[in-house]
Design a protein around this ligand. Structure first.
Ligand code: NAD
Length: 519
């Protein structure tokens, strides 16, 4: 019998022994930087002459690793291996499949700080953010293992009909393409892969090119857990080439994607085209971007609101789909709250995150991200009033640092109030009153997370009804969803509302077979 699911606790970095353990993990990971990593197809390591680099965004000259640069042929090989492995994996009992996840979770837990250290170096997470990402990866494995055992045979939910003997079984779909982003580089791949394989599917997994080492160590945890060859295949290379082929391949049965709206839409369109030889309609599980709003009314605890806004906007440099990138504040308290937000944001420390647990913010993920964010800052100077930041932070090693940037009095329909910037840029919007604030909040094409700070019960009820987001938070920040606690996924252009870490999620990776035998 399995113990009940419990969220993995976060590490308390105020304790010197935990700091020492984390530093030791950083030393281990740093000693291994610059290695070359293969594709792994059907359990075979495939080295290629052509490789691409993953780099440290705090010190772009530091190479994290060299990764085989696969192509369309590599994808075809991986899909073929996954299709072959599916012939047997689909019949492995759910309990056995779940045990592979539990073993992988145990391995990640044992090497927890190493996983986090890789994220600190490869994508610039702070220690706290990296630790939370690792904890979430463990949570997904533990949670989906239990959920699969619960749903595999749902026959007891049927209405009896003697003399027929009835069964309702959730069986797998087939070969899945797993295409995650770089911003939760361990948790999201771990969750997508775990859900797919515990449901009995086999997988071709391509990590984002900014976080290939994170992707590799997640895959390794599954392989080390004893997963049969071909169940989880790992390919690296340009997303627009490999990802596109994974989506279009006629033997791909479903796509588990998390990433931008633009790529999500492209995948949705491509997956809808039935290829020659394809005998099913592909299922798409697409989690996309956000332009999440935090509302503050005149009854709110204003200090809690300001703190929640700053932490939700600038945690991991604002590179979270759940980041509260719009603060919509009613006129009566706007000046006070805006002033406090700026004061709190000024206190955030920024720099390389590998030296101390006290660095609040690291670099943004790469040069392209930096350019895009700086372009939006330029647009922002036309659309609002720059209250803080706005300039790159130059470092001797050329890291991609952008300090917290805040624009005030931005109209609700401005570009920086409507488009996802995915960086440390916060837009403050002045609303006439609560109704106006709610209308502004609902005025984007997205619908992922949203927060309301208010002490007015009727408004909290109104927000429950009318604030159109997949994850609504009342009197707390917009980030920090926990597996099993806050099932996560958004509406409209934020995706297909496949609630990760929720009780229904695994059904998306299955099809139901209803069986009746007349006895
Ligand atoms: P992205 O869309 O650029 O890339 C995501 C993945 O798609 C990567 O693995 C990439 O290589 C691959 N890809 C790129 N082009 C492709 C193509 N043509 N066909 C198939 N695959 C392709 O996103 P990103 O920059 O890695 O991640 C940031 C985005 O992810 C943000 O928009 C953020 O809001 C979103 N996100 C959403 C959630 C959620 O749960 N809704 C969670 C995390 C991140």
């Amino acid at each position: 019998m399995l113990p009940e699911f419990r969220n993995e606790p976060f590490t308390n970095f105020s304790l010197p022994e935990n700091q020492a353990a984390f530093r030791a993990a950083l030393t281990i990971v740093k000693a291994q930087l610059g290695r070359t990593y293969p594709l792994v197809i059907n359990g075979q390591r495939i080295e290629l002459d052509k490789v691409s680099e993953s780099i440290n965004p705090a010190r772009p000259k530091e190479v994290i690793g060299y990764f085989a640069e696969g192509d369309v042929k590599s994808v075809d090989q991986a899909v073929a291996a996954a299709a072959e492995a599916f012939k047997t994996w689909q019949y492995v009992p759910a309990e056995e499949r779940a045990r592979y996840l539990l073993r992988a979770a145990a391995e990640i837990r044992r090497r927890k700080h190493e996983f986090s250290a890789v994220m600190v170096l490869e994508v610039g997470k702070s220690w706290f953010e990296a630790d939370a990402d690792t904890a979430e990866a463990i949570d997904f494995l533990e949670y989906y293992a239990r959920q699969m055992m619960r749903i595999a045979d749902s026959s007891n939910q049927l209405t009896s009909y003697p003399p027929e003997h009835l069964a309702l079984q959730y069986i797998p779909l087939g070969v899945g393409a797993v295409i995650p982003p770089w911003n939760f580089p361990c948790a999201i791949p771990a969750g997508l892969v775990a859900a797919a394989i515990v449901a009995g599917n086999t997988v071709v997994f391509k990590p984002a090119s900014q976080s290939m080492l994170c992707g590799y160590i997640v895959a390794e945890a599954f392989w080390d857990a004893g997963l049969p060859p071909g169940v989880l295949n790992f390919v690296t290379g340009p997303g627009e080439v490999l990802g596109a082929r994974m989506v279009e391949h006629p033997k791909t049965r479903f796509i588990g994607f998390t990433g931008s709206k633009e790529v999500g839409i492209e995948i949705f369109n491509k997956a809808s085209v039935v290829q020659p030889g394809q005998i099913w309609l592909k299922r798409t599980i697409l989690e996309m971007g956000g332009k999440d709003a935090v509302l503050v009314d005149e009854t709110a605890n204003l200090e809690a609101a300001a703190q929640g806004i700053v932490s939700g906007a600038f945690g991991f440099q604002g590179q979270k789909c759940s980041a509260g990138s719009r603060a919509i504040i009613v006129n009566d308290v706007y000046d006070h709250v805006a002033g406090r937000i700026v004061e709190l944001a000024k206190e955030l420390s920024i720099g390389p995150t590998d030296e101390t647990n006290e660095m609040d913010m690291g670099p943004v993920v790469d040069k392209d991200a930096m350019r895009k964010i700086m372009d939006y800052i330029e647009i922002g100077t036309q659309e609002g009033q720059l209250l803080l930041g706005g300039q790159r932070l130059e470092t001797p090693e050329g890291g991609y640092f952008i300090p917290p940037t805040i624009f005030g009095d931005v109209p609700g329909d401005a570009r920086i109030a409507q488009e996802e910037i995915f960086g440390p840029v916060l837009t403050l919007i002045r609303a006439r009153d609560f109704d106006d604030a709610l209308a502004i909040a609902n005025s984007t094409e997205y619908g992922l997370t949203g927060s309301l700070f208010s002490q007015n019960g009727a408004r909290l009820e109104q927000a429950r009804r009318e604030f159109h987001v997949g994850n609504l938070y009342l009197n707390r920040k917009s980030t920090g969803a926990l597996v099993g606690v806050h099932p996560f996924g958004g509406f409209n252009m934020s995706g297909t509302d496949s609630k990760t870490g929720g009780p229904d999620y695994l059904l998306l990776y299955t099809q139901a077979k209803s069986i009746a035998e007349k006895l």
